[in-house]
Write a protein that binds this ligand. Structure first.
Ligand SMILES: *Cc1c(COP(=O)(O)O)cnc(C)c1O
Length: 298
């Protein structure tokens, strides 16, 4: 039987760290980093929080194989592959982009393959139908028994896992997370208490997140939970896009605070918070906790 995730000695609760940024200092707003990136070196941040409950139920229900979905740069695929190697699951990654099969693998997919993940490349149009019941039936006839995790690992169990993040935070004020699928925000908001509200910074263009977070909360809790909102203005052009402003901000923040920032999600969230602070979105004397949801690949 595969091992339980607890055997990997996650650093929980994750530590917090006081941070410094001129926009916050100017407004007299306190900025704290919640260092979820330090939970586990290979399954960091929200990937740990979302995978752990799924890994537990997979092990307990006798599944030996995990199948999941992602793009060529997916942190979720990487974390799933690492968890498979460390705990003794077979893993299958359904990857968006048929053409990738004919090219040398990028560093993310190389790492997945080295961890033993079987990569199954599908066209973009087939990938769009990943959640259809027929797709799952096809995958079962090809790969046999597996536990299916949706893209980004965001299912009801994952949302319960990220509620534990909210429960670790007691400081009143805003708690911010960067959002891809919205699974982390959905759980975080539910786990917060009185006087706290969650702010999700979308790193993708499209404005679909509010609906997705509501849907995920319904599937996990049966109803909307907690105080939360989505900020859609700071995607910097879309997923994994960058701007000279984002890069300059990230480098300065890194130097000032002595940590390296993951660029696709974490740096974008911090830049968004810095703009919001400058706009006066946080009252003087209040507190903002920014969740460092992942670490730079390295
Ligand atoms: C995957 C990921 C996210 C996105 O989380 P969702 O639950 O999909 O919104 C945020 N930050 C980092 C660092 C990630 O790797």
């Amino acid at each position: 039987m595969p091992a339980l995730p607890e055997t990997l000695a996650p650093r929980l609760p994750s530590p917090t760290q006081e941070a410094h940024d001129s926009a916050f200092t100017a407004r007299n707003v306190r900025l704290t980093l919640k260092r979820d990136d330090l939970i586990h070196p290979e399954i960091p941040g929200n990937k740990w929080r979302k995978l752990a409950p799924n890994l537990r139920s997979a092990a307990q229900s006798g599944h030996h194989t995990l199948l999941t979905f992602g793009g060529a740069y997916s942190h979720h695929l990487r974390a799933t592959a690492a968890a498979g190697r460390l705990l003794g699951f077979r893993t299958i990654g359904v990857v968006r982009g048929e053409e990738l099969a004919a090219r040398p693998l990028n560093p993310t997919l190389t790492r997945c393959a080295a961890d033993g993940m079987r990569l199954h490349f599908v066209s973009r149009s087939a990938y769009r139908h990943r959640a259809d019941p027929e797709t799952e039936a096809d995958l079962h006839s090809r790969f046999g028994d597996f536990l299916l995790l949706p893209e980004g690992g965001s299912n009801a169990a994952a949302v319960h896992g990220t509620a534990a993040l909210g429960a670790e935070l007691t400081e009143p004020g805003t708690v911010a997370v960067p959002c891809g699928t919205g699974g982390t925000l959905a759980g975080l908001a539910a786990g917060l208490g009185e006087g706290q509200h969650a702010l999700g910074v979308a790193v993708l263009k499209g404005g679909f997140l509010t609906g997705e977070v509501s849907r995920l909360q319904h599937s996990a809790f049966g109803a909307p939970c907690g105080a939360w909102r989505v900020e859609d203005r700071f995607h910097c052009g879309g997923y994994a896009r960058t701007t000279p402003e984002l890069e300059a901000f990230a480098q300065e923040f890194e130097e000032r605070n002595g940590l390296r920032l993951e660029r696709v999600y974490v740096a974008k969230m911090l830049l968004a918070l810095s703009h919001l602070a400058r706009e006066g979105a946080f009252p003087p004397g209040s507190s903002v906790t920014a969740v460092v949801t992942g670490a730079p690949a390295g």
